[in-house]
Design a binder for this molecule. Structure first.
Ligand SMILES: Cc1ncc(COP(=O)(O)O)c(C=O)c1O
Length: 467
């Protein structure tokens, strides 16, 4: 059948779809979806960078009574694409520079589709020996690319928030409860994780950053010493390898020394910036990355993967299993005691394989291509800073280009004006530039990690932002 309605005829191979679609129809619709996605990707620069719909109109088109009977599949696909998927941020658009873009690559998309098509459950060795091996390979490839010690273990999670939750829970299981040290630029999800792990709000030390938005080392040492003297156990310090606001990298070596001296867990939140360490320029900025007890990073940000994939890497072998090993009567058949069962490395039991896309994209493009694309992002942010500096009476640099991010302000414009200009630009569809709050001031923030973004995109965006 090719009219988009359902058929219960199996395909020539016998079995087809669980709920009765024929193999021919599966193929036809599948090819349509591929065409729709490739068409969308090819048209990216021509579509709005972000589009937010009207709730009532969206409900009118997408809601309605529960569909009781089969419907036309082509019409349903069209509706999803034209209405639902059109009204979202397109993080892979060349002029999407707000928050953190999501410049995912096609080989990675294909890897994700395969895992969904095969309905992989990457929880146990016996139930997923192939995908488990792929995940172990990906973890070791990342370890090598980032220069972490051999023996580093890990797991792929949904994103940076869950990756750091998993890592920080190890600090808690290793040292118990006590004090945690973060900075005023640490990503909010870290504090939320610490609170959910049972750290008392009054024992989470939020240290004000220095002029370069980095954790102040003397203040950290003083806070740890003071807590210890008062009988409170210093448990964990969290450094940022690329803060989301400015791309600042904390002094990882110095924080590591403080943690060693006081027998504390050292976590690095590299969700945004750590992928840059696969390039030599990025690595130079991150001396000490290899000293972490745990590191979280987000391939769905700067390693060109579609959502969702974050990574927890742990340099203390056995800690993940020590905290998360689980079994159940009905699961012993798929347990292999001498192998990795990923259900025993985090809170997730049922979990998709997030490694397939990472593996496929590294195989298809190679690490060198990713490295080059990352360096291009860093260079583009430097170019943007240089363009801003050409007009000192129009723009003020608030934080220089770091790891693909530059923050700046329009001279003479206040908080509301910045927010209004960013909103207007987004509404125009041309580009999306974010605002953020730095030292109590609303400023523009551009994050340029999409290798499709060109200098002319930056020029066009700045011209429109200038008002
Ligand atoms: C530095 C940092 N940490 C953590 C997170 C949270 O990551 P996710 O949104 O993937 O959960 C982000 C997200 O932007 C981030 O930039």
């Amino acid at each position: 059948m090719t009219d988009g309605s359902m058929s219960s005829k199996p395909g020539p191979g016998g079995l087809a779809d669980t709920l009765g679609m024929s193999a021919d129809e599966m193929r036809r619709l599948g090819y349509r979806v591929v065409d729709m996605v490739v068409e969308h990707l090819a048209q990216r620069g021509n579509e709005p960078a972000i589009q937010t719909g009207d709730f009532t109109e969206l409900m009118g088109e997408l809601g309605g009574p529960v569909p009781e009977n089969p419907g036309n599949a082509d019409a349903a696909l069209d509706l999803l694409v034209k209405v639902a998927l059109a009204n979202q941020q397109h993080g892979d658009h060349p002029r999407f520079m707000a928050r953190v873009p999501g410049p995912s690559s096609f080989a990675a998309i294909l890897g994700d589709w395969l895992g969904t098509g095969y309905n992989t459950i990457a929880s146990s060795w016996i139930g997923a020996s192939g995908p488990t091996t792929v995940e172990l390979v990906v973890i070791d490839w990342l370890r090598q690319l980032l220069g972490l010690p051999s023996g580093t273990e890990g797991i792929l999670m949904s994103g940076g928030a869950m990756a750091s939750f998993t890592a920080l829970s190890l600090a808690r299981t290793t040292y118990g409860n006590g004090a945690a040290y973060i900075s005023d630029q640490t990503h909010y999800t870290v504090k939320r994780n610490l609170l959910q792990l049972g750290f008392a709000e009054e024992h989470i030390r939020v240290l004000p950053t220095d002029d370069a938005f980095r954790m102040p080392i003397p203040a950290l040492a003083a806070a740890v010493t003071k807590d210890r003297a008062s009988g409170l156990r210093p448990v964990v310090a969290v450094a940022s390898a690329g803060t989301v606001n400015t791309g600042a990298v904390d002094d990882l070596e110095a924080i590591s020394r403080t943690c060693k001296q006081h027998d504390m867990w050292f976590h690095i939140d590299g969700a945004y910036g750590a992928p840059a360490a696969i390039s030599s320029k990025g690595r130079q900025r991150m001396a000490g990355l290899d000293k972490a007890d745990s590191l979280s990073l987000d391939p769905h940000k700067w390693l060109f993967q579609p959502y969702e994939v974050g990574v927890t890497l742990v340099t203390r072998p056995g800690s993940l299993e020590k905290a998360y090993a689980m079994s159940a009567e009905y699961l012993t058949d798929v347990e292999a005691k001498d192998k990795v069962n990923f259900r025993s490395r985090s809170l997730e039991l049922t979990r998709r394989s997030r490694a397939l896309k990472m593996w496929l994209s590294l195989r298809v493009y190679g690490a060198a291509r990713m490295r080059q694309a990352i360096e291009q992002g860093m260079a583009l942010a430097e170019k943007a800073e240089a363009l801003l500096r050409q007009y000192p009476d129009v723009w003020e640099i608030v934080s220089p280009a770091q790891l693909g991010i530059v923050c700046f302000a329009a001279r003479g414009a206040g908080d509301k004006e910045h927010a209004a200009r960013a909103a207007e630009l987004a509404k125009s569809g041309y580009a999306a530039v974010g605002t953020t709050l730095l030292r109590g001031r609303t400023v523009f923030r551009m994050c340029m990690i999409n290798p499709l973004t060109k200098e002319e995109d930056i020029r066009g965006t700045l011209a429109r932002l200038a008002g």
